[in-house]
Each structure stands twice: as C-alpha cells, then as structure tokens.
Design a protein around this ligand. Structure first.
Ligand code: SF4
Ligand code: SF4
Length: 450
C-alpha cells in the first residue's frame, strides 16, 4: 500500500522546496515526476557517457541516502519493483550493495558496457519488457526513472537539506582526473584547478558528457544541478573539431557526401528498438525542398540525439545527428508530426539483432581518440575547500526559471532560498550554496562571494 494522498502531497512539496531536479542531464523537477503511481521504479546508475564516474561515486559516498531515497520513491509511487540499473563497469558497486538490496527487496540490472545503456527507453524495456510509445515518457508504461543522485537528493530533502552541491567528474586533459562534490555554481575553472589544472593551453570543454553533453570555452561557466561532468580536450582533438563544426559546414558536407549507405540508421539505438527514426532518410532531405523535405524530416522526429550515427556509424564522418536536430526544429516550428495511423504501421518490435548492434564502450573510446584520457577519476573530498565565488543558476531545470528573492548586498547562508518559482508553474527554488554576500544578479544567475 502506498502512502495517503495528503502525506504524499506534503512529501512532494518538501522535495520541490528542496530544489530537487534530475541530476542526470535534463533537470526535470523531481516532485512532478514522482507525482504518479507506477509499477516500476528504476534508479538509473548506468552512467552511460564514457569517462564519467560521478554516479558510481554518488552511490558509494552517500549510500545510506541512496537506499533511503529508493524507499521513499517506492512509497510515493506505490511501485511493486525497485531496480538499481548499472553497467558492468560498476558491477562491484552492486556486489557491495547486495545485502542491502536483498534486505529492502530491491532488484538490480547489470547491463553490458555499451552505449547508450542509460537511455531510459532501453532501461524501461529491459526491466519491464515494455516499449515507451514514440515520443512518450516512462510513465506511459507504468515506470519512473530517476538518476541515482536525484534519489539521494530526495532523501536529503526529507532531512531539510536543499540541493546545494553536485557530484562532478573532472577529466580529460587535466593533471589529476577526479570525482568530487562542489557547491552549485562553482566556476568550471575552479573544478579544473581541483583536478590539478589543464594539460593543454588551448582547451575545448565538454559539459555533461562526451556524446550528449554541451560544449563551452567559457571557464566561468558555473556547475549546474544537472551537470555531471567537465571534460577538457585540446582544441585539435577529433571531438573538438567535430563538435565545433558550424551548421553551415556540416550541412554543406552532408549535402555533398552522403552516399545513402544507411549505416547511420542500422546502428541507431532508437531504430533498432523499433522506433520510426531513419537518419539516412533525413540526410536525403538535404537535397529536397518544400513538402518532400517536410515529409522526409519526419524520420528525425524520435531522434534522442545520442550521436551514435555521427560519431560511430557514418563512414564519411558526416553529421546525421545534427541534421536530425535541425529537422526536428523545422517539425516543431511547423507543428508537423506522424499521425496515429502512421505510427501504428511504423512502430515495430525491437530488431532481433539489437544486442549485436550496441556500441561497446572500448570501441567508442578508441574511435573517438579518448584512450589517453580513459583513466580512473577517484573520489576526492572537498570538505575544507570553498570556491572563490559561486554563480548559482536559476534556470538549470525544465520549467520556469526561479525569480530572485534576494538583492545585491544581502547576506546569505548555505541553504537559504535565493530564488522561487510560482506555485502554479513547473520549477523549483534555488538555494545559496555557500555562506556569503550576494554580489551580482543577472542573466538568471545569482553570484555569491564568501
Ligand atoms: S543521434 Fe543518430 S543514432 Fe542517435 S537517435 Fe538520433 S538518429 Fe539515431
Ligand atoms: S552513414 Fe553517413 S554516408 Fe551513410 S547514409 Fe548515413 S549519413 Fe549518409
């Protein structure tokens, strides 16, 4: 039996007020996601992106909160199963947790070391045997998927601890790759200093992950609630060249060089799960205009932007992923999409050879020139360390940005609310992540200096 409605709403409100949002990438507010009744709770510790180790460390360093959080999720959603999903590389973590898993009647899934194992469409299918409908969410098939650090933050919220810190892995071209916990809003330059500094004078920085993360050259960029990794690469690295390519360049090259071999489609993780996504057909639209282009763009609609097609599949090193991203923008703009009847015909069972087409992580590491950076990033405590200042983002979640509730000059203590979102809107408050004075407020950020 789940908990009573009034108590559930009170807990969800506590989670909201603590500012708990998805720590795995999207930043979806947890209170909203957990306002559901489901059969399966899935803790996503797959840590899909190569090089990152922050999910592993968050489970190890905050184990008690992790297990307590799993119990809270089970009670909130009235789920009959709770499964902790990791990849083979972190099987030792699961082995160490076995007695606690058994004691709580929690299950585990150890998935092979492949990319993209952390895709929630894949995890839901592996655990529940159900396919999320095209464009849908796990809730559509009775599941809820949360990143392991989000689950930890749910537990801490119940003790009145808002989200003020973040596990991050700092790796790549740095002297001492590490995983640590820093106050939200710490500039990535200070995180890189914690890792011994850069080994390149000309850095290109990936935030979040190699395959799906963003890029920046701005070292003042703050750590946000949904940023799990800082990966430094030299500007002449293959990935910097690929990710730094302009729209004009990848479109022009794709237009001239795609030979329609269809390997991008054959290896597309969503295609092999049965979804109507065929990037080679989207590439064809580079030669089209008008209605034909719009119809062809529909083959991009369910692209999850995993980059397998661009970084692994395409023998011509073209960029079908970005072509799909651009095509999806056109679909959105023109409010175009598949009809129910079309989906009925096009949405198939997963491909029988699906498992054979997943990308082994060692292959990915070699292909992307990451071998020199494929090192352990051990946990290093930062208990006695504070950044010179923080810039707390007010918009690192899906929904309405938090509106500042403090003014420049105000004195704040760690955990104080500094920004709120109206009750009627989707979103979460922001909290001071260090003690100090508010020294600037602009661009959806609040700067605090000790
Ligand atoms: S990025 Fe490429 S491989 Fe990934 S889902 Fe989109 S089309 Fe498929
Ligand atoms: S793999 Fe590359 S060359 Fe082949 S169809 Fe896809 S984009 Fe074109």
């Amino acid at each position: 039996m789940g908990i009573a409605t009034a108590e559930k709403q009170q807990i969800l409100q506590t989670i909201r007020q603590a500012g708990v949002v998805g720590s795995g990438g999207a930043g979806f507010p947890a209170y909203k996601k957990l306002d559901a009744t489901v059969e399966h709770v899935i803790a996503n510790g797959a840590e899909c992106e190569p090089l990152l180790q922050k999910d592993r460390e968050s489970m190890l360093q905050r184990k008690d909160d992790f297990f307590r959080g799993l119990g809270i999720l089970r009670d909130l959603t009235d789920a009959s199963t709770v499964t902790v999903a990791v990849k083979k590389k972190n099987e030792d973590v699961i082995d160490g947790f076995q007695s606690d898993l058994d004691a709580n009647n929690f299950e585990n899934l150890v998935y092979p070391d492949v990319y993209p194992a952390g895709d929630e469409y894949i995890l839901v299918y592996e655990i529940s045997g159900r396919l999320i409908p095209p464009g849908g969410i796990p809730l559509n098939v009775g599941c809820v998927v949360n990143n392991v650090e989000t689950i930890i933050n749910v537990s801490r919220a119940m003790d009145g601890q808002p989200v003020t810190d973040k596990f991050v892995t700092v790796c790549g071209a740095v002297r001492n790759p590490l995983t640590t916990v820093v106050p939200i809003g710490t500039p990535i330059s200070e995180c890189i200093e914690l890792a011994g500094g850069m080994t390149t004078d000309d850095p290109f920085i990936l935030t979040g992950g190699i395959m799906m993360g963003g890029t920046t050259t701005d070292l003042s960029l703050p750590v946000a609630k949904n940023m799990g990794g800082i990966i430094v690469l030299p500007w002449d690295h293959y990935l910097a060249q690929r990710k730094g390519q302009s729209q004009e360049t990848y479109t022009r090259i794709g237009h001239g060089q795609c030979d329609q071999c269809s390997l991008c489609t054959e290896l597309c993780p969503r295609y092999i799960m049965g979804y109507p996504i065929e990037p080679h057909k989207v590439m064809r639209t580079l030669l089209m205009t008008g209605e034909a282009k719009e119809r062809g763009s529909l083959w991009a609609q369910y692209c999850c932007e995993c980059n397998v097609c661009s970084f692994i599949a395409c023998p011509e090193t073209l960029d079908p992923k970005n072509i799909c991203v651009d095509a999806k923008a056109v679909l959105r703009e023109n409010k175009l999409g598949r009809t129910e009847d079309e989906l009925e015909v096009l949405f198939r069972d997963p491909h029988p050879a699906r498992k054979g087409r997943e990308i082994p992580i060692p292959t990915l590491i070699t292909r992307l020139g990451l071998t020199p950076y494929n090192k352990k990033a051990p946990f290093v405590t930062t208990d006695n360390w504070r950044p010179e200042k923080v810039t707390v983002p007010l918009n690192s979640h899906i929904g309405a940005p938090a509106q500042p509730t403090v003014s420049v000059g105000a004195t704040v203590r760690v955990g104080d609310v500094i920004g709120t979102v109206e009750e009627s809107q989707l979103g979460c408050p922001a909290h001071a992540s260090i003690d100090g004075k508010v020294t600037a407020i602009n661009d959806n950020k609040i700067e605090i200096t000790p």
